[in-house]
Every structure is written in C-alpha cells, then in structure tokens.
Design a protein around this ligand. Structure first.
Ligand code: AMP
Length: 650
C-alpha cells in the first residue's frame, strides 16, 4: 500500500477486463484505483486493511493517456460505458491498453490530467486508437491489423503549470480535449515554452473558453465584469491571478482567474448546490445556519472521487443527514438503489421531486455564498488610494496598531490595519507587499494592497467577519469543546494554508491562534504571514524580548533564532493545542524562562482534555526536538485528513 502522502489521486473507476483471449462479452468491474508518482495500482476494495491488489502499471512504461470512445455493447443489454479513457503501456516489449471509465466528465479529465502530470517525462506516442480492439478490427477505424499505429493524433497538455500539487481550488492547467490536431507531446516534439512550441501552440489550439463561477463587478479601468454562468474567451493567461478575456459582446478586460473555470473542466461547479471540498462539519454549520427544511449541498466525500449529499431536516428534530452518492455497475448514480440516474445533476433533479427514501425532498441550497477574495483589488494593483477607502468601526488592535473595518470604492469589504509609526521597517515591507498580494489560497487572509504614500501606512486585507481564531475559540468554547470534528477541521484548514506557504518557501514566523481569523461559513485563514520580519521592536524580535512568542518557539529558534518551515511546524503543533483546548494559554502561567527550560528538557504540552490520542500524536510529531524529524505541512495535512477519516464519519 502506498504511503498516504505519496498518493496523487485515488478513487473508484470502472475497469474493462484485460482478458487477452476473449474480447466479447466484455467484463467491467468497479475497482479502487490509487495513483502515485511511481505506479497506477488497483484494488478490489477501498477498506484500507482489506484492500487486495489486483494489478499495477509501472508509470515508466506508460506511453499513452487519452480519451477513449464510448462503447455500447448490444450483447449485454445495450450497456453504454460512459467517460472512458485509456492508458497505453508496454511490458516485455508488448503493448497493452487499460480501459477505464470515470464517473463523470470532470473526474475523467482530472484522472487524465494527473496521469499525464506524473508521466510528463515519458516518451509518449503520437497516435492511438480511440476505440477498442474487437478481436477482428479496431472499433474506431475498422483497421484489421492489431498492431497498426493508431488512427487519431494524441492530444497533449499544452500548458504545464508550475504548481501541479496546488490544491488552491482553481486549477490553471488545461489541455485541449477533443482537438484533432498534431500533437505537442511533453517529452517529444517541441519543448513547451520555446518560441517554436509557442507558435505551434498558437496556431493549433482552440481558444480557451471559461465560465464565470461568480459575478464580478469591474471597478478599475481595464478590468471586465463577469456574469455568473456566462462564457468568456481567454486572450491572455500568462499572469497567474488576472487573465485578459473577451465577453460575447466583444468587450475585453482583466478578470480574477479564481472566478472562472475552464468550460471543459467545469463539471459540477456550475451548480449552486455543489460546495466542492467543504468538510462535513462546515456543511453542517452552513445548513443549520440556513435552517430550512430540505436545504442541501453536494460536496466531495473524504474518499476521493466520491460525492456526499448533506441534507437538513427538522424532523424529528433539526439535524443534517449525510448520504454517499453511490454508483452501480452501469456507472449510474443513486442514493437509493431503486432510483438510478446517469448523472449527479439528474439525480438531484429526481430527488427535488421525490424524496425517494431521503429524510426530505431536496428543496433549496444555500444562496448568496460569498465569492472568494481576489489577488489584489485589480490586476497589477497593490497601491491603494486612501480616499477610496471608507473606514467604519474598530475591529481590534494588535502589535502594529488599530484595525478597522472598511469598504473599498463603496463595494468591497476590507480590513484596514493602520500601522503605528516606528513599529516596522516600512520601505522593506512595501516592497514585500507586492509579492504578498500574489499569494492566494482559500486558507490565507488575502492581502489586497497597501496605502504607502501617507503616514501611517495602511495594510488592506480581506475582511473576516468573526475576527481572531483565539477569541472565537474562547467565545464558543461550550459548543466547540463537544465537537472534536469541527476543531480538527479548523486545524486541517490552517494546515492547508500553511502547506501553500511552505510550497512557496514562505515562512510565517509567528503562527498562533491569535494570528488566524475566522470568516463566514466557519472558514479559518492564516493571517500576518511574514510580517514579523519587518518589526522594528527588539522586544518582539529577540528571543529574550518580552513580546517574543516564546511559547510557540522550537529549541533552534530559542537558541539560534533559526526560523524555517520546520519552526512553523512546531508553532503549528502549539496552535493545534490551542484549538483543542478552545483557546487556553499554552504552559498556563509559567514564566517565559520556565517555558524555555522545559522545552530544552523536551517537556512539552500535555494532551488537551477530550482530545483524541491520534490527534495528540500528531501534535507531538510537530514537537520533535530536531527540525529534520518534524513532518512537512503537506505530510501533516494528509495525516490529519487520515485521522479525521478514521475517527469521524464522512
Ligand atoms: P492584529 O493587529 O492583526 O493582531 O489584529 C488585531 C485584531 O483585529 C484581531 O484580533 C482581530 O480581532 C481584528 N482583525 C485583524 N484583521 C482582521 C481582518 N482581516 N478581519 C477582521 N478582523 C480583523
């Protein structure tokens, strides 16, 4: 079994039997697939301990990953196999093809994308057969030689993003599915990025079309408004966060790239009821907050590739029920076996009219869900004119001064940190702010920009309605302490944000519950990353100072002020402890000197009351004395998700 953190993608798919002698009737079996960077392996069961490996393809042998033709088998009661794709590989000098069937178009595209990514350095073939070999001829071109090279040009990825492993929800990779043009193969033909490759790409690629997931109001000249569900043609996607697009009236302008999704990859995202990877706990809070009978959402299950329906009902008392959306051997979706549909939207539609065994008929889904923050308030904008800010009430005050709620140009909610003069090296920070506006992740508080022309300087960020996580934990201790699932979910969210920073080689230096914020729908985000570097106050920056966060610091920071992502990991362990104690002060009333003594002796914090042993074991890993022995955030995130799957129900 692969180690969890090696797994690139996993989930169920329907596999066509590879019986080499008999070609009809064809057997299709549901298998659990696991893709790592080394192999694609399939099992007969998804239950971890009971998994029995049924087969494996060494990825070095793969030469083709392409969409296949749908096949209808009249012999078998006219079964049509949907969303097929194929993986061609070579073993002992012989070619084999594995035919797989995903459960949706989106899933098929994502499996193909992942497989192509892990095989990016392979020598790939130019041509392939889209249809199956029937025993006498190829179903696609009717060619009767089994060894013929193929009738269709392979289609390859055209833009390889640098952050394949980025889970920040907006997938920037695209490939030209369905185009019948000459191939631009990774590892073969023109090297992507070279002028000749670019020319080829330009002349052969159909324009990329995206669909707006949210409305967006252009405020700055040069930007373009988006209308939810409308289509736009992408003119320039060379910048990560702002793309130039054309609407169907011919108007062009910049739009935030996280507000759109490629048309071919949009899948369920066009539906109001689909909430992507919202956790069970957050979906429960969201539905309970709406408090409407029959209110529902569909979310990704914690088992990759599967979906869960979460439904609110008041009968016999207000609660949320969770149902796995299952599939039968014909790849049809169902909640109750009697009512199967060929797609999830059809299934939802069916249950909107018939409860069909559910606690209630599906009625509404939460509306007016907040749109995500944009990376800066407009493209290439990080300097903000203070006259465009309307300042409202005070949200709190911290190390750097007062924070106030505000509105930019009367439309976007912001938080404005008014920096006390003399507290930070301003010029260096202003330079850094340009980079920081480009860091964008669902679990990081977005920096919109700065007002740097006047004093005091203002730091303008995304507004988070519930304020600091520390206060939130303390305020809601009663309800939260009995909901370990919600506490674990908060830790997972923070870990995702930190894993993004780690991937971008960005060190936080002051990670603690006081520096995380809570927004609507119980979203938790990390704030103030990297700010500690620009503080001028010795009491804060030197490990002997009274304001230095000693209780969150590992031995190497206490001894040599050596910060790294691994010192952030130590602080993250302490932050987990804060979460599971609902905001207690680590080490209670111990003085800083006493804390340092304890930490040097390896005596760290005790297990919070009611905290699962598995969760505390993870905290302890964060407190390994040697930084090298501590896990990475990426690894930690997988461990936390595993624990949550093990101790909580999906
Ligand atoms: P800080 O200076 O970052 O420690 O912020 C002081 C307090 O202001 C925090 O404890 C929060 O209650 C509040 N605050 C800071 N940033 C935000 C924000 N982006 N949204 C809402 N409240 C905030």
């Amino acid at each position: 079994m692969a180690r969890r953190y090696d797994v690139v993608r996993e989930g169920f798919m329907v596999k066509r039997s590879q019986n080499k002698k008999r070609y009809t009737p064809v057997n299709f079996k549901q298998r659990f697939f696991q893709l790592t960077t080394k192999a694609l392996t399939y099992y007969d069961n998804d239950i971890f301990e009971k998994r029995k490996e049924k087969g494996r393809i060494n990825l070095e042998t793969v030469h083709t990953v392409e969409v296949a033709l749908e096949t209808t088998f009249a012999e078998e009661n006219t079964i049509t196999i949907h969303y097929p794709f194929l993986v061609g590989y070579e073993e002992c000098g012989q070619d084999y093809t594995l035919y797989l069937n995903a459960h949706s178009e989106l899933e098929r595209l994502e499996w193909i994308k992942c497989l192509r990514n892990v095989c990016a350095s392979n020598k790939l073939k130019d041509k392939y057969h889209q249809g199956v070999w029937t025993g006498k001829r190829w179903a696609c071109c009717k060619e009767s030689s089994r060894n013929s090279i193929g009738c269709v040009n392979c289609i390859s990825r055209t833009f390889v993003s640098s952050h394949i492993a980025d889970e920040s929800d907006h997938n920037k990779e695209n490939f030209n599915q369905g185009a019948q043009s000459s191939p631009i193969m990774p590892g073969g033909g023109a090297t992507p990025g070279t002028p000749s490759a670019k020319l080829k790409e330009k002349s052969m690629i159909r324009p990329k079309v995206v669909v707006a997931l949210y409305n967006y109001k252009a405020i700055e000249t040069g930007d373009l408004s988006l209308e939810k569900n409308a289509e736009y043609e992408v003119i320039d996607d060379s910048q990560e966060h702002w793309w130039k697009v054309r609407d169907n009236h011919g108007n062009t302008g910049f739009i935030p790239s996280n507000y759109v999704k490629e048309k071919e990859l949009i899948g369920l995202q066009q539906y109001e009821w689909y909430v992507h990877d919202m956790s069970r706990q957050r979906s429960e809070s969201l539905l309970k907050h709406e408090d409407k009978e029959g209110c529902f959402v569909v979310r990704n299950s914690s088992t990759k590739g599967l979906y869960t329906l979460s439904l609110y009902t008041k009968v016999p008392h207000p609660h949320v029920k969770h149902y796995h959306i299952k599939q039968n051997s014909r790849a049809e979706f169902y909640l109750s076996e009697k009512h199967c549909c060929s797609s999830i939207p059809d299934l939802i539609n069916y249950h909107k009219h018939n409860s069909g065994g559910l606690a209630s008929r599906l009625k509404t889904s939460p509306c007016d869900r907040p749109a995500p923050a944009t990376a800066g308030l407009s493209h290439d904008k990080w300097e903000i004119d203070p006259h465009e800010l309307m300042l409202h009430d005070e949200l709190g005050s911290g190390q750097f001064g007062v924070v106030r709620r505000g509105k930019w140009r009367g439309s976007i909610d912001v938080a404005v940190k008014m920096m006390k003069e003399g507290t930070m090296s301003e010029d260096d920070f202003i330079e850094e702010a340009k980079v920081m506006t480009k860091l964008q992740h669902t679990n990081l508080v977005q920096l919109y920009g700065v007002c740097s022309k006047n004093r005091p300087i203002f730091i303008v960020t995304e507004y988070m309605r519930h304020g600091s996580l520390l206060n939130y934990l303390r305020k809601h201790e009663q309800s939260l302490s009995s909901n370990q699932g919600l506490l674990l979910d908060m830790c997972i969210q923070i870990c995702k944000g930190m894993a993004y920073l780690e991937r971008h080689n960005y060190i936080h230096r002051d990670l603690a519950a006081r520096n995380c914020l809570v927004g609507s729908e119980n979203i938790v985000k990390v704030a103030d990353f990297g700010l500690a570097r620009y503080v001028l106050d010795d009491q804060y920056t030197s490990s002997g100072g009274t304001k230095f966060p000693i209780k969150w610091a590992p031995p190497e920071v206490l001894n040599y002020t050596r910060f790294s992502s691994k010192s952030d990991i130590w602080a993250y362990g302490v932050l987990m402890w804060e979460v599971f104690t609902c905001g207690k002060m680590p080490y209670g009333r111990l003085k800083n000197t006493e804390v340092v003594e304890r930490v040097q002796k390896g005596i760290i914090l005790e297990k919070p009351k009611g905290c699962y042993k598995e969760v505390f074991d993870i905290m302890r890993k964060c407190w390994s004395p040697s930084p090298e022995q501590r896990p990475s955030f990426r690894n930690l995130k997988d461990q936390l998700v595993n624990v949550s799957q093990g101790i909580l129900v999906d």
